[in-house]
Structures are given as C-alpha cells and as structure tokens.
Design a protein around this ligand. Sequence first.
Ligand code: TRP
Length: 458
Amino acid sequence: MTIQRKLHGVWSSRWTFILAVTGSTAGLGNIWRFPYLVGENGGGLFILVYFLCIALIGIPLMMAEISLGRKSRQSPIHAMRDLVLETSAARYWVLIGWFGVVAGLVVLSYYSVIAGWGLEYLFAMGAGEFNGLTTETANSIFSTLMANQSQLIKWQSIFLLSTLLVVSAGVVKGLGIAVHILVPAMFVCLFILVLYSMRQGDFGTAFVYLFSFKPENFSYESIVVAMGHAFFTLSIGMGAMMAYGAYMPDKASIGSSVVIAALFDTLIGLSAGLAVLPLIFASPLLNSAEGPGLLFISLPVVFGNLTGGEYYGAVFFVLVSLAAWTSAISLLEPAVAWLVETRFCGRLVANLVLGALVWLLGLGTVYSFHEGTELFRIWGMSIYHFLDYMITKLLLPISGILIALFVGWVMRRDTVRHELKEDALVLFEWWLATIRYLTPVTVLLIVVFALTNFFADY
Ligand code: TRP
C-alpha cells in the first residue's frame, strides 16, 4: 500500500479531494443537459425526483465506489484485482475496473470534441463575432463549424493537450493544484453570470420554468431520465471516483465529503440554469429554451444581442471550458494510473500513449455531426451517438449495479465498515441496506428500460 501511495501521492487534504470530486462531477452535463432536461420533464417535479435519485442511489453508490478505491489505493483495474484476491471472489469482478477505465477513455474522446466547440465559441464570442447575431446566422455558423473538420480537430487537440498537461504533472502537483484554482474559478464565473442574468434577464419566467410542477410533462420515462442524469452528473461507474478515492487521506470521512461534493454539483447545475434561462426567456429573438441547441445556437444569439454580451458570453464559455477540463482530467486519470502501475512506462509516456488513443477515437466524433462527412453509422446512429448511448445508457448503469453488488454482497461487512468508519453506525446500516437491495434493483430497471426502448426504436 505504501508503495502505491508513493507512486501516485495522496491529496493534500480532504478539501482537495472534495474539490477534485466537484470538478469531476460538474461538467458539460450540468451546463448542457440539466437545464433542458428539467424543462422538458416537468420542472419542479423532475427536480424533486432527481434529488431523490441523487440522495437514494447516487450518493450511496459514490460512497461505495470511493471506498473501493481507498481500500486498495490503486487504479480501478488493480484495485479490483486485489480486492478479488482478498475476498476470493470470481475473477470476472475485475471487469468493474476495466469497464471504468475504458468508459473513461471513450467518454473523454467525445468530451474533448464537444469541449473543443466550446473553445471555438469562447474566442469567437470574445472577439465580438456574434454581435447582432440572428438565429439563422447562428444556425449556419454552427453547421459551418461542424463541417470544418480541421478546425474541429485543432480545438479537440488543444483541449486534449491541456488535459494531458494537468494529468502528466501528477496527482499532487497536477490535479491537486489544478482543482484548487479551476473549481473556485467556476464558481466565480457562475456568480458573475447569475448576477448578470438577474439584471438583464426574465428571472421570473425562468424560475417558473425550472421549479413549477408540471405533471403533464412528467412520465415514467422522466424517472428513468432523472436516474440516468444522476448517474452521469455524479461521474459514477467510470472508475473516476475509485481513482480519486485511492488518493484520499486515510482519516477523511467519505460520507460527508461525498454529500458536500454532490451538493456542489447540484448547486452548479441549478445555477447554470438560472444563469442562462432568464436570458433566453427575455430575448425577443427566441421563444423557448430549445434542447441541445441551447449552448451553441440560442446562447450566442442571446449574448450577441445584449449590451456587454460579448464579455459575459465569453465568461460563459470560460465556464463551459473549465467545467469540461476538470471533468476531463478525471476521465483520463484512472487509465494513466493503471498504465503507470504496470511499470511499462512513467506518467508522461502513459499520458502521451493514452492521449493519442483518445485523440484517434475522437476523430469518430469529429466526423459525426455533419451529414456528408460521417465515417459510418452503427445501427443507424452516428459514432458519437452510438458511443454515448452505449456508455451512458448501458455501461454506466451496469457498472453501477456491479459495484453495488460487489460492495454489498461480496466484500466483508467489517472491511467496508472500516472505510466508512467516520459515519454513524445507523447511517452505515441504512447505507448498506440501500447498496444491497435498493440500488441494484432500481438501476436494473433503468437498464431494462433503456434496452426495451432501444429495441422498440430499432
Ligand atoms: N459528470 C460529468 C458531467 O456532468 C460527466 C461524467 C460522467 C464524468 N462520468 C464521468 C466526468 C467520469 C468525469 C469522470 O458532465
């Protein structure tokens, strides 16, 4: 154990851990997906269900994943390998570690392309290129960008390089220092944007859109959407939490740290909604908060037509980039830690090798958003949609179920209790019951639902 600790290092304090987890969980999902999911799925009612999912399924699973990491203080693959030996469990449990590492790399491949769009928009916005923009021009700017592969590859590469830069500097000097700067910077950006939007936007309408109960827009499917988003936003099932847990100081309490980070994550999602929706609703050029086009079509129009909009718009895209960056480092770290532990190479080479792999895979996404240039389609989906679907709808929940089963049923109760010793015994009992019964059953429902939907569509 001491060897591993020397190999990667340990977070300098519990707060570094909390910031790192917050950085990982608060990503593109919070800014890009959350606001319109709420709007489309019944407003306040959806938020309520989403809170329940976070509290009843998300937080307990995150605690389980982090305990696995801290228990063995290694990358997810080696952590699972040792835990399997220790518990004399069947070898296939090691799959949990492999799923995590692979899912992280795959998500990073498309995350860096989309973050790249954010960088392009950041500079275009700051340069005032969106001033006086109309919806038609915004649409054509976006589709021109989607067809301009060399530009997309340029930004994808820049984003990926900045991720490699942080991860290759190591846990203490790279990730640890980065999250101390970048996560507070995200909060500052959000604060500025919410104030601006309160002054310039229609706060009342946005508030109603987000928080009023609209049962007519809520269906069973919304429950599944809420669960799926809870999983994605908390970065569960991808080894990221296991890897970050491996660097956690011994005495820090896992339960309370996770609760704080989950609160931050939710706060960031809600404030992102309050930062952008009031501006959208106040704009005479738009009439609704349209789904995924929100970030790259509606918002440039909005900011392009407000006084000072180019500056605040630039702040917004800085926020998007920071959110993506702090998540991206946690997508890469598990795989890097694994490669370093195999002793084939050092951290720098591990970063370069894995970075090259992710970059290549990302090309599939680069070519996914423009009709004429798509490389190929899988079951009618573009490469990006296929990867996103497989990972977020299937692999993440399946890993979640496996983690819950492993921690709840395979590991010895006192081993688990030892990791969560800072939490009161009653809470621990509740947690264990959740992980044993509630989590696997409910998450299985998500998987079954996703599969039936898939075959119904197909
Ligand atoms: N939580 C991130 C978001 O909201 C996305 C994500 C999912 C993630 N799983 C992850 C990020 C694992 C880092 C590591 O956008």
